[in-house]
Design a protein around this ligand. Sequence first.
Ligand code: MLC
Ligand code: AMP
Length: 463
Amino acid sequence: MRLLGTLHDPADQARAVTAAGVTLSRHELLGRAAALAGELDGVPMAAVHAEPGLPTVIAVTAGLLAGVPVVPVPPDAGELERAHVLRDSGAAVMLSDDPSAAGGSGLPVVPVTRPGHGSVPAEPAAEQPALVLYTSGTTGPPKGVVLSRAAIAADLDALAEAWRWTAADTLVHGLPLYHVHGLVLGVLGALRTGSPLVHTGRPAPEAYAAAGGTLYFGVPTVWSRVCAAPDAARALRGARLLVSGSAPLPVPVFDELVTLTGQAPVERYGMTETLITVSTRADGDRRPGHVGVPVAGVQTRLTDDAGEPLPADGTTIGNLQVRGATLFDGYLQPDGSTAAPLSDGWYATGDVATIGPDGWHRIVGRASTDLIKTGGYRVGAGEVEDALLLHPAVREAAVVGTPHPDLGEQVTAYVVADGRPAAEELVAFVAGKLAAHKRPRVVHIVADLPRNAMGKVQKTRLR
Ligand code: MLC
Ligand code: AMP
């Protein structure tokens, strides 16, 4: 199965992929990726130092061409996080032009940029794993989400249909290249549909305005910053589609985008484990506060806490479950197998929603307080608590998300500690262990944590 679409289209010579200001034709990109793919024979899993530039695009493409699953590693991952991802995934090499990219892991670093132009090999079978994306759970270190080539292809085709996304579009975004949004939709989507791609390095409003695209991706924080830069926002008037996802788009930001850009954003909902399952359509309604209808090949339903189905009447709030072709294979297990927590094919998203009689979904919130969404990043409270507890002065830690006007939620820590360490010291300590966005923004040093009779921390009382 060709995950990357047609590879020998004469138009490839002209279709550009730009990142960090460097442009390659699609033809050149595939040639370089093929040259690297030729070096990956026998590699069971390849890590990629996923900095926001063309080497990441080439390295991920090379893995896909070679049939080697790729695990993208956040470039700012702290030592603890990087070591966990590299060990847990079983990556045998690190693909990067930066010789120090493997950190202290001892993995051989294979340079991405190499002379020559490889010939594009036959791609492997659809059910083979393509990517392993690490994402936070409520407790413990991040888990490896195994996504097959078939799931990715099904999702990209469903989104192309819903958004009328074709090679005539130019996609622009500046999202990180190690999550579903920036990497699967933002890179593989462009390669599969054939649309030229401009990656702006960071998702700054001015860079979006200057890129002259037709299709723009952003998390709500990006769209809120675009609205705060009205000249940049007005420059997007000529775009065909502005797409928001990864976190709830506040209604005022939706309204402001309409005023400034002349168009209502398309909202879509998804998860690392399920890819994008629900979306507004390019040719349909756009309703603030709503994420649309299931994409092709996906079914959804609401259940109560006992798992019994609830009505789709637009008012009943229930646990959202999804089923279909876009779901992951499961979480990577220590023996290399995968285990998907599915029941009759249904995956419980952990999100709470309503579904209208017309099929329109509204995401109301999350069932657990232990998953935080900050700037569109998913942060597990447990992982941050575990990092804080490694600090010698910290005796107890509880982490929650609290409202933040720009980021949606911010990571907020309540800490019981000996000798009152400075908040900045604890923040810097976490930053050394985990990726930057997992750092607490607010630290409260408290005498004790509120606990119930069982001794469990009552996080709702903290919030
Ligand atoms: C951050 N900073 C701190 C801090 N935390 N400083 C002190 N203490 C802390 N605790 C610093 C940052 O390092 C930065 O510094 C500055 O403060 C501003 O940080 P910020 O406000 O977080 O902004 P920024 O770095 O600009 O990031 C915002 C953002 C980013 C929107 C660009 O959050 C982002 O890229 N989000 C996208 C996440 C994403 O792709 N999610 C998709 C998941 S997939 P400096 O010096 O660096 O400026 C998914 C599925 C789906 O969800 O549905 O798509
Ligand atoms: P992640 O695993 O990082 O992919 O995050 C997935 C989570 O992001 C979902 O479970 C939701 O809580 C949230 N999310 C994604 N898209 C939306 C959206 N459009 N509206 C509200 N929440 C969203």
